[in-house]
Design a protein around this ligand. Structure first.
Ligand code: SF4
Length: 211
């Protein structure tokens, strides 16, 4: 293992305890394959599954496996914006919701930014089984540091995925706390506690995933 992986292993195991103290069901996985198997094991066979936009979920191959094994609600199958929005609404009533985070603090607080709100809404009061998959590259010392990462790094990087966004960050690569029509930072959520207990599962992965 590299020094980074050894450090992540030590920190990740400590974070599992921090997450459990916040009533999350928490796991630390050594690699992508283990993370995929752990996530799949947390989804009952009869569940309808949906997910929020996430580079991490695609990178580890979890979405491919889920589409093979479960009934899913996939907004990307919508033919136009109206149909995609309808599918995003339906996803709020799925049984299991998969997502990642923009950042997480060492004491187990999860930070997410959302332009539409579908992802943060689903993690708060939608599906009864919510699974976060988070690479150790997204771990920050404090929740304030996590917010700094989310707003100053993750969001401006995410903005580069969209054509013609024309937000300050899409042009300059840095956040200007904008109020643009196309702002991708409308809703900012800190998830600091799972209520009910264990509704939210957190899988930390000893790898660089997403951004
Ligand atoms: S410039 Fe606007 S859209 Fe870009 S990261 Fe900042 S608040 Fe979000």
């Amino acid at each position: 293992m590299t020094p980074i992986q050894i450090r992540n292993q030590k920190l990740g195991r400590k974070m599992v305890s921090a997450l459990e103290s916040r009533r999350f069901q928490a796991y630390f996985c050594e690699n992508r394959e283990e993370a995929v198997q752990t996530a799949l094991s947390l989804i009952p066979a009869d569940h309808i599954v949906s997910w929020g936009g996430s580079v991490t979920l695609t990178e580890i191959g979890l979405l491919d496996q889920v589409k093979k094994q479960f009934q899913v609600i996939d907004r990307d199958l919508g033919k136009d914006k109206e149909e995609k929005t309808k599918l995003m609404r339906q996803a709020l009533l799925a049984d299991t919701y998969l997502t990642s985070a923009n950042a997480i603090s060492e004491d187990g607080q999860i930070v997410n930014i959302d332009g539409t709100g579908n992802r943060v809404a689903a993690t708060i009061f939608g599906p009864s089984n919510v699974i976060f998959v988070i690479g150790m590259n997204k771990v920050c010392k404090t929740v304030e540091d996590a917010w700094s990462r989310a707003r100053n790094f993750a969001a401006p990087t995410n903005a580069q995925r969209f054509e013609n966004l024309e937000t300050p960050c899409s042009i300059n690569g840095t956040c200007s706390d904008c109020k643009s029509d196309n702002c991708i930072c409308a809703y900012l959520l800190t998830t600091r506690f799972s209520k009910p207990a264990k509704k939210i599962k957190v899988i930390l992965v000893n790898d660089n995933l997403g951004f």
